[in-house]
Design a protein. Sequence first.
Length: 318
Amino acid sequence: MGIENDAILSYLEDSARFADLFNQFCFGGREIVEPQKLTDASEVYHTPPGRRRQRRQGIRDIKKRLESGVCLKILAVEAQNDVNYIMPWRIMEYDCMEYGKQIRRIQNANREAGEYASAGEFLCGFRREDRLVPVYTLCLYHGTGQWNGPRCLRDMADFGADAPEWEQCFSDYPMRLICASEPMDYTAFRTPLGALFELLPLRRDKTRLKKLMDENPIYQKLDGDTAETASILMGVNLFIKQRKKYKNGDGYNMCQAIKEMMEDSRTEGWEAGEKVGWEAGIRIFIQANRDDGLEDDAIADKLRKYYGLAKKEVLKFL
């Protein structure tokens, strides 16, 4: 899955941050999902015996149970560092496997009890009053590029020339997609997840990233989990290698680490630019002398004289 995917999934295993994610993107920031009512439910989905499938199991990235009053709900997150062009189908498959597991559990309980009100209930093993626990899945895309893949099952289908009629009859399966590379409202987050997400759209915009570091003091004292996750997703190798250097009380100064990263990148860029410019100047010098009819031996003498190049370096250009 990659170190970035592992980092964000490990970060979201925390119930408070997991709840914050759902509250922000499903309920506009309202605290509908309470962290203390979440329990871990991550597991492997196994294919029932007798069914032939190419894949024998499926693994949810993160799955939790929400016990709210007398109702139970299943909440899941699938994280993607790269665009997955079958993601709506994949999420639909995971949701269906969860529902299938629930149906088999209910059927087994009904068979043990042996209480059916009709032949139809007996045949399917499912009583009229039986109910499934609803499943809610979020797809979190945290890659640097834009999501250009399908956002629902409809986007994956080819309806042909009769598209309007057949498309209207199609039973779609939408995907709740979060694109962390796109700016959003960060004010409703209740945990440092918002501070982490605010960094991600700026991975390719150093000017706005520096402005954020200058204006938002939260990055001067980020908690360890958020700082570590941010360093991996932002590519702040300085923090990864020298974590203790950025310790600031009970937090970490990611502002300093990010600014040092940008300074190092700028220096490397200048050095690379100077090298490219210097080599381009030599090539122009060589071509100009060739245009004047000078032989390569004479040009080589000039390169040694005016540029101080060794014989091997001269041969590289000629």
